[in-house]
Design a protein around this ligand. Sequence first.
Ligand SMILES: [Zn+2]
Length: 132
Amino acid sequence: MSAKPAGPGHPLGSGCEWGLREILRLDRVEAARIPSPAASRGRLRKALPTREPFHIICGFRSHSTNEYLRTHGGGGVAARSLHLVGKAIDIRVPGIELRKLCRTAVALSGGGVGIYPASDFVHVDVGPVRTW
Ligand SMILES: [Zn+2]
């Protein structure tokens, strides 16, 4: 399976490399860290009134993918993104309005939360508590 850098027009619409390699690396990183994006996702899961699966737009991001997105994306990609160390995840949840997902994540005070309406996802990380 080859990972395909995403950009405008990518079916996932997020600007993130998406492939089995990335998913597996995210799982390995998550298993080694507490707190983790998985833990944040679990807390969000309990706080949301839905059983729909989360759509993970981006988890772990390699340096090359991050640099590609920084230079080819529409902005908002940090040079030292927490995606690089497996501490961030970009998600959407079917049936949950993006602002509600964002407000719920912010209320949990588990780290950083950013909303990206144009790309239809919310960024959640386990860094310092902050919003954008
Ligand atoms: Zn993100």
